[in-house]
Ligand binder design. Structure first.
Ligand code: ADP
Length: 405
């Protein structure tokens, strides 16, 4: 394996940053120089077969890392090969830091944190709060710490942006002791919201500091109420199941339904988790697909139409609820795969928000323009592309300059 890392980048003006986003069945990686993404890639698969893809700065395919027979899980298997591959593409320029997406930062972390053995031990205690994501997020951090203890690593938390939410947004109406014990609405997709907050002054200066609902509509979906570009409320709660319906997740659900399935229908906890995370949402409702591209094409089929309608209805209801938390509304921002690309979905949601003062410009919407509301609309609407990886790269870069100014 090539000796991949050194902390300072003497030969370049901007440090080189690697960004890793590790999930249960995929590992996504990107490498940045300043704001510029140099190359990116993804490993998909489980413990046996995997697919590796990579693309250059222009989005065109490049030769991906050769993983041979190595398995994705644990990521300790593939990470060294990815780092060696990246190093070879960097023409001798050193990697200055690795930034990681970590879904849960608990109560303590409202900012990204430098990885140390102590931080890892602390994050291990949060695994029970996000058992489906956190162990996968932490695995490559642990591997890199073992293989390259000198490399600066930065953990960036999806919960951190929402630490500004007031107590009344964070608490469930359970006995208060549960709140103290950490059973709270944490909120997720924070890196996406933070990125959107960072570009608002440039993209929409007239409303940037105002009352904004950002709708992150991708495979996972949530919405965030921002005032002064900080989070005051969000639809996801203790887990990434709550709030809006998603590709395969249920969103809002009367907890009595879960009790009924467990107590009356004899479902096991594992079966219930599988149902709520993997077989619900648009997939469960339509019986066809979790992908809006497919559902919009099949809109003539009643259940596909029903799933899309229910989704738009729920998103509009949540936008109104978040507007209530904000005490009014200046703008709605659509982002992520569905929000950025699915004009019919945006159109339907905006129609349902008309009573709030949102007047859609259909032409602008169909053309995916940045501003999709009419010029005289009391509530503006925008489409902004999110970039969680760039946000992570920025955080890692900031820590690099703190460590070696
Ligand atoms: P993730 O939450 O995994 O980051 P994305 O934000 O990339 O996901 O969103 C992926 C989803 O975006 C897809 O499942 C699909 O439903 C939707 N999508 C992507 N492109 C389009 C499109 N052109 N039209 C409609 N939906 C789209």
């Amino acid at each position: 394996m090539a000796a991949p890392v050194a902390r300072t980048a003497a030969s370049t003006a901007e440090p080189i940053i690697g960004v890793l986003n590790a999930g249960s069945s995929s590992l996504k990686f990107s490498f940045y120089e300043g704001e510029q993404r140099l190359f990116t890639g993804q490993v998909d698969g489980g413990s046996t077969h995997q697919r590796v893809t990579a693309a250059g700065a222009d989005g065109k395919k490049i030769t991906p890392p050769d993983l041979g027979e190595r398995a994705l899980n644990p990521p300790s298997e593939v990470l060294p090969a990815i780092l060696s591959w990246a190093q070879a593409r960097l023409d001798g320029r050193p990697l200055s830091a690795l930034g990681h997406r970590v879904v849960h930062g608990g109560l303590r972390h409202s900012l990204p944190a430098r990885v140390t053995p102590e931080l890892l031990a602390e994050l291990d205690t949060l695994v029970p709060l996000a058992p489906l994501h956190e162990p996968h997020n932490l695995a490559p951090i642990r591997t890199a710490l073992r293989l390259h203890p000198e490399l600066l690593q930065v953990a960036c938390f999806d919960t951190a942006f929402h630490r500004t939410m007031p107590e009344i947004e964070q608490a469930f109406a359970l006995p208060y002791a549960y709140y103290d014990a950490g059973l709270r609405r944490y909120g997720f997709h924070g890196l996406s919201y933070e990125y959107i907050a960072s570009v608002l002054p440039e993209c929409a200066p007239e409303i940037a500091e105002g009352r904004i609902v950002v709708a992150h509509l991708g495979n996972g979906c949530s919405a965030c109420a921002m005032r002064g570009r900080t989070s005051v409320a969000t639809t996801m709660g203790f887990t990434a199941l709550d709030g809006l319906p998603m590709g395969t997740r249920c969103g809002d659900l009367d907890p009595g339904v879960a009790l009924h399935l467990l107590q009356q229908k004899g479902m096991s906890a594992e079966q219930l988790a599988d149902l709520l995370y993997h077989h619900s949402g648009l997939l469960g409702l339509s019986g066809i697909s979790s992908d809006f591209r497919v559902l919009l094409k099949k809109r003539r089929e009643p259940r596909a139409r029903f799933a899309v309608e229910l989704f738009c209805h729920r998103v509009a209801r949540h936008i109104a609820s978040l507007a209530a938390a904000l005490g009014g509304l200046d703008a709605v921002v659509f982002t992520a795969g569905v929000g950025e690309n699915a004009a019919p979905v945006r159109s339907e949601i905006c129609q349902r928000c008309r009573w709030l003062g949102l007047e859609l410009d259909e032409t602008a919407n169909c053309e995916h323009r940045q501003r999709i509301s009419r010029p005289d609309s009391p509530v503006a609407a925008f489409v902004l592309k999110t970039d969680e990886n760039l946000m992570i790269a920025r955080h890692a870069r900031a820590l690099v300059s703190e460590v070696s100014p």
